[in-house]
Design a protein around this ligand. Structure first.
Ligand code: PPS
Length: 296
């Protein structure tokens, strides 16, 4: 299934046809969640793979064997991608760890009433757009990004693949989200306090860990460990699909890389769009570095 140049438009949002079909997207909206399921939801480039690793390690009590022997997309498959049904049929693990980039409003009907645990991961959108831009250069199933200024505008308009970051975050985190059992974690929290994040997630999953297990989890999901783990760094994906000569999936893994990309003008424009689109949103993001320097 190559379909590298195909785009599927579903409920007004573009998705890469290499990974999605109308059928696979439709099936996601009819999926029956089990109460034991763990769903990781995120807008792309927000720390999805990192959370997949954290959850795998927590459910393995810090033992890296599963992370180091099974690719992340098999351990925690994407609900809306075409291979999902086959993979899930073949798997008999409990809990099932499932990943999604779909917006909240499309999944709320199937999640409502379910006791599945949802972990929503978000990241400073300035870092998201920079990471997404670099990813577009190496991922041959995404359109050519073109120069950064145009890409940034499309991000702010919400016309890139996977839709609007603003709608995604507001949908999944609003107080009317109508989903019980939702934990919101930011990339920045993970970055500033990885052990604390492991503890928060393990307590949410009702999988308490002893200190040694927490330490093992944190060690095996550090940027260095994941960059070198071929089951998480996407180097198993053939060059024709992800061109590793054009960049690494595990690219920098830092907070604030947007500063190397944004002009002052772009930053001011971003802030004004952010203020207008997020108006009335009560969400408090942990974007500040310990010295308070980093803001949206
Ligand atoms: S995707 O394509 O949506 O699944 O991408 P996603 O996994 O959400 O985001 C990829 C970015 O997350 C960074 N990453 C990490 N940063 C720090 N520590 C760890 N362990 C880690 N794992 C993944 C990855 O490097 C991408 O960010 P950038 O800024 O491009 O480096």
């Amino acid at each position: 299934m190559a379909r590298l140049d195909v785009t599927e438009v579903f409920h007004g949002i573009s998705f890469p046809g290499h990974l999605h079909t109308q059928d696979s997207l439709q099936l996601a909206l009819k999926f029956t969640f089990k109460d034991t399921d763990i769903l990781i939801a995120s807008y792309p480039k927000s720390g999805t793979t990192w959370m997949q690793e954290i959850v795998t390690l927590i459910t393995s009590r810090g033992d890296p064997h599963l992370c180091q022997t099974v690719p992340n997309w098999t351990r925690a498959p994407w609900l809306e991608q075409h291979y999902f049904a086959t993979l899930l049929e073949a798997s008999s693990t409990t809990p099932r760890v499932i990943t999604t980039h779909l917006p909240h409003h499309l999944l709320v009907p199937v999640l409502q009433g379910s006791k599945a645990k949802v972990i929503y991961v978000s990241r400073n959108p300035k870092d998201v757009v920079v990471s997404f831009y670099h990813f577009h250069k190496m991922a041959n199933f995404l359109p050519e990004p073109g120069p950064f200024p145009g890409f940034l505008n499309r991000f702010l308009e919400g016309t890139l693949h996977f839709g609007s970051w603003f709608e995604h975050v507001k949908g999944w985190t609003s107080h009317t989200a109508a989903i019980n059992n939702l934990l919101h974690i930011t990339y920045e929290e993970m970055s500033l306090d990885l052990r604390g994040t492991v503890k928060r997630v393990s307590s949410f999953l009702q999988c308490p860990l002893v200190e040694d297990e927490v330490n093992n989890c944190a060690e095996h999901c550090s940027f260095g460990s994941m960059r070198d783990n071929k089951m998480s760094n996407y180097t198993l994906i053939p060059e024709g699909i992800m061109d590793h000569s054009k960049g690494a999936f595990m690219r920098k893994g830092v907070i604030g890389d947007w500063r190397n990309m944004f002009t002052e003008e772009q930053n001011q424009y971003f802030d004004s769009v952010f203020a207008s689109k997020m108006q009335g949103c009560a969400l408090e993001f942990v974007w500040a570095k310990s010295n308070g320097e980093e803001t949206p």
